[in-house]
Design a protein around this ligand. Structure first.
Ligand SMILES: *Cc1c(COP(=O)(O)O)cnc(C)c1O
Length: 421
């Protein structure tokens, strides 16, 4: 039984047997609409002139924070060799690891919510109109410095929110769990953010962050366990991905379906992306979440249908993993319920395998990723074993983080992974 396997910290694969075949109906029944994604996309477009000004690294994309899509068939053939499998179709990678500004998938949702809050404040105070050129926001640093943004994080969300908040002029307070890497804390401090650390896990950091902002009307708390705005920021990825495939002359269809493998922590990032993809491609896309065997909170929540009412510690797991971006013991209150009849399946992956695929990715494609970003590679192996993927299908590993990892730590990751190759 799957629950037994999860308890025993074993890798396993669950296929959702409760899918709603009417995807549009399902998507529309959850209080999030296609228009909401479009609204988020247009908001990001409005902010593009400002981002171009504040972050020169976004100049060549005209102020749009987007990542490359790349074919990785050398990785594919090496993966086939070491796993002794045959994969039909092409394998691609989505390099959110290389998103500008904060180098992880959090540069989508986290930054989006900071921008949304900024716009709300400025509109309310009549400092901005929606058809203004948003580069004028550089002049509102003093105004924004009266306000504070707080967040709880295992590291990457804190980085994206802290960096963006500080750049706009906000005070920023980042509550970090014990998984958070020292270099992330130092980087935030260098940006002028307050960093509060806890000797407990992510759930505690979020709880304390939430508490600290309760009695401060100038403080806005970004709630990774509940936030619809974060979710929408992530969902914008889908339409842009469609454009990237079109630019390669690839059109996702019944004859060329897309299989997407998404590393999952609390669920907002992969959930938002999956929601967007399902709205964009309907039944021609299949989405799978991948989590560490020590922290399979979304898997557990979906399998038991208990969502945020069950934690991995309830089945005896320790929530300790090298995949710090995924070290979450209890899934989002929002995401599991929105996706319970949409998500195609879940996978749990050992730390050893994440390290192994990390080294393989480095060796075969010269792409450097953090361990979390490789969880999806194992999901691809599992999905392939089912033998019901389409021979012309496209497999997409969503690589969620990596390019800000300091060189010496990256070297250590690669060395660790070589042990398992
Ligand atoms: C946060 C994160 C994820 C997962 O996003 P959630 O919203 O927590 O599910 C995946 N990979 C990396 C590297 C991350 O930082």
């Amino acid at each position: 039984m799957l629950l037994e396997k999860l308890k025993q910290v074993k890798e396993c694969f669950w296929l959702n047997d409760n899918l709603n075949v009417n995807i549009q109906e399902e998507l529309n029944s959850k209080g999030i609409k296609f228009e909401d994604i479009e609204d988020a996309r247009l908001r990001l477009n409005r902010f593009a002139p400002l981002l171009k000004l504040l972050f020169p690294q976004t100049l060549k994309s005209n102020g749009i924070i987007e990542s490359p899509l790349q074919c990785i068939n050398t990785f594919k053939s090496e993966l086939e060799n070491i796993e002794k499998i045959k994969i039909a179709g092409n394998v691609f990678i989505k390099l959110d690891s290389h998103l500008p500004i904060s180098g992880s998938i959090k540069a989508r949702g986290g930054i989006y919510e900071v921008l949304k809050h900024t716009e709300d404040l400025l509109l309310e105070n009549k400092l901005l109109k929606i058809d203004d050129d948003y580069s004028k926001i550089v002049n509102f640093k003093d105004f924004l410095s009266k306000y504070k943004i707080a967040v709880g994080s295992t590291g990457n969300l804190g980085l994206s929110i802290g960096i963006m908040s500080a750049k706009l002029g906000f005070k920023a307070s980042v509550h970090m769990s014990n998984d958070a890497k020292e270099w992330k804390k130092q980087m935030l401090k260098a940006h002028g953010c307050e960093v509060v650390t806890y000797e407990s896990d992510y759930g505690k950091a979020v709880e304390e962050g939430r508490k600290s902002s309760l009695n401060d009307k100038f403080c806005y708390f970004i709630d990774d366990e509940n936030s619809k705005n974060l979710f929408l920021g992530y969902s914008v990825a889908a339409k842009r991905l469609k454009g990237q495939f079109q630019a390669l002359d690839i059109s996702i269809s019944k004859e060329c379906p897309l299989y997407v493998y998404l590393p999952c922590g609390v669920g907002g990032g992969p959930g938002g992306v999956a929601y967007g993809l399902k709205s964009e491609f309907g039944k021609d896309v299949k989405c799978f979440f991948a989590e560490p065997t020590h922290s399979p909170c979304m898997f557990l929540g979906l399998l038991t249908k208990k969502h945020a009412d069950i934690s991995v510690s309830d089945i005896g797991l320790d929530n300790k993993t090298a995949a710090d971006g995924l070290a979450v013991g209890r899934a989002s209150k929002l995401v599991g319920k929105v996706l319970e009849r949409i998500i195609d399946g879940c996978v749990s992956v050992s730390d050893e395998n994440m390290y192994k695929f990390l080294s393989l990715m480095h060796k075969s494609e010269n792409i450097n990723l953090e361990p979390s970003a490789l969880a999806g590679a194992k999901a691809l192996v599992f999905a392939n074993e089912l033998k019901n993927t389409h021979p012309n299908g496209i497999h997409l590993i969503w690589a969620t983080g990596g390019n800000m990892v300091p060189e010496n730590e990256m070297k250590a990751f690669i060395e660790e992974g070589k042990k398992y190759l």
